[in-house]
Design a protein around this ligand. Sequence first.
Ligand code: WQD
Length: 344
Amino acid sequence: MKILVTGGAGFIGSHTVIELLGAGYEPVILDNFSNSNRSVLAGLRQILGHDVPFYEADCNDPEALNAIFEKENFGGAIHFAAHKAVGESVAKPLMYYRNNLDSTLLLLETMQQHGVPNLVFSSSCTVYGQPEHLPVTEDTPRLPAQSPYGNTKAICEDIIRDAVYAKAPIKSIALRYFNPIGAHPSGLIGELPLGVPGNLVPFITQTAAGLREKLTVFGNDYNTPDGTCVRDFIHVVDLAKAHVQALRLLDSREETSYYDIFNVGTGHGNTVLEVIKTFEEVNQLKLNYSIGPRRPGDVEKIYAQVDKVNNVMGWRAEKTLAESLQDAWRWEQNLQKQKTSVSE
Ligand code: WQD
């Protein structure tokens, strides 16, 4: 079955392409490289031994999307393509709303026109804000979003839900990701942040590689075991596998309209300092870091309750934090080697 993967050259999208192929699906990538790199396609080719069907297009372009749907006979879609930088979304809210909402609306409309039933949507734990009770379940109330980016995820969830409740012939699952980290164990694909990374693990690996002088830990006066923030860090390969399980679940549902939400995390929280220490231990190096002030907008602690995704989808995270941080470091080292060999 052919599956459209919007944003398939991105971090989570590219890892999902591999898992889809392993599960017998036929992924077709759509990407405009606005926040990804063509080299990802070469990495996929090396891992897989063949090319993956690919369209360079913007999923906000109705003609392009329609032409792709005309040509391919999709059985479903996974919608990763979106702007995703929290800070940038505060500075450019209209760009975020226009891009993230329009692409979701257009994808839903095009799927309806072409009778494509199944959609997996990339959502985020950011919709929970700082929850009162931990771990967060799917029934934990969503809080007003802290950023336009977070708001686009909440609004897109609602758009999909409303379409389904209006009996659109669509079956959809929103996956609320916790903190995706790591890279493919081959070291051939991974995260490619543009500019200075905002996220913890790419900042750690770039510091270890000497690209950044020092990592700043944003605050150590939180109400957590060591004072630093707690997150649920999930290996990107585990997360990719959750998309395959979501598609399988959608396929198995006999009704024509269906919508559900699943948390995708490990179910455990780790502090920022635990991540740093684990990184140092498993990769046998010392990281230059110091404690700085809190970062505005950070929640103190969040981690997932994963009973629903375990029980209903039969999915659970398998990889450890140590594996994630080893894989992230292998990827960073390969990336630096590639850059050196290009510049030689
Ligand atoms: C993790 C922790 C920082 C950088 C993001 C998105 C969110 C969701 C998950 C997708 C925090 C600390 C970070 C640094 C640090 N994703 N940190 N020094 O903010 O939990 O969430 O990913 O939708 O929407 O915002 O991730 O990696 O930025 O931060 O101390 O240089 O690491 O303060 O406690 P975050 P993060």
